[in-house]
Design a protein around this ligand. Sequence first.
Ligand SMILES: [Zn+2]
Length: 373
Amino acid sequence: MAAAVLEELAALSRRYGSKPDWVLAGGGNSSYKDKKVLWVKASGTSLATIEPSGFCEMDREALAAIWTRTYPAESAAREEAALADLMAARVSGEIRRPSVETLMHGFFPQAFVLHTHPSLVNGLTCGKEGEAIFRELFADEAIWVPFVDPGYILAKTVREAFEEWSLKKGAIPSIMFMQNHGLLVASETPEGIDRLSASVVSRLQGRLGRSPDSTAMAVDAGLLAATVSRVAALAPKGSFIAHRADHDILAFAASKEAFTPLSAAFTPDHIVYAGHEFLYAPAPDALELAWKDYRSRNGSDPRVLSIGGVGAMAIASTQAAASTALALFQDAIAIAVYSKSFGGALHMTADKIDFIRNWEVEKYRAKAAPQGK
Ligand SMILES: [Zn+2]
């Protein structure tokens, strides 16, 4: 019985996971639950390719018991203790590692839960007027969760928002918007998930001014080759370099002012797969100086470059990781364009960016198979 429904969950997950405007790389997750068990995407798997064997079996009673415990106030100790309890809440014999967002899935009584990071939705969640427009469009049906550190604190914040909403409205929410993060929809059936997702998209599209324009643009071949050599000389030895030029990439690279909406991270995905800060150079001639400045401020090499007249380049130790970084940069561009319809770009704050940078090193989901476009 569970086998057939896990096939349904896997098919639903792949359908959304294979659309780059819904989720990229290892981002997002999905789940199905019955009375006793919650099956949730395991860490290190991608929604785009998930099979029924990619879901981790969790004991719902043990998950609920996590909320009766008290954790240390210090963030590293707290996350470690909560993670240990999450691992212990697996059904006995389970060896896969549950997604860090598992706790969130458990609050929704609906059978199917799909959590994605769509660029259109993130135009709203990364918009200065995003929350106000959310209230106009969705407040009777959906929850808004402010940006907090991922992991236990995020789950706790969602739990409180969920309880407050249920008390006020006397109903169970089925849509949740997470600031600088993404979307969650919950339904008894995959068709219900599709209906809710389509309704979110059409209401947001009704408020859009301009949409992203990713029409590919030609760059002078000699200039491109010369720029790639410059970048190769600056990048760590043996790096792979991926390049793309399209309408929006070149428009944002046109000047420092034009680049401002991309000057800091929008969501944790961007930090994990494309670095916490993109390097901007107004022209290839400015690369060496911009690189030196980047290194002195960040103590590390940039992973994505935006170069006036040339376009975007991503640098990584494998071709796949370079393509993924470039895809995340394009996602940031789409969010920047969409956010213009929702009050303009709202970035993550410096302390929240730092939390992800430090957390990522040890625990974050970067193990997911990189998925280029
Ligand atoms: Zn997420």
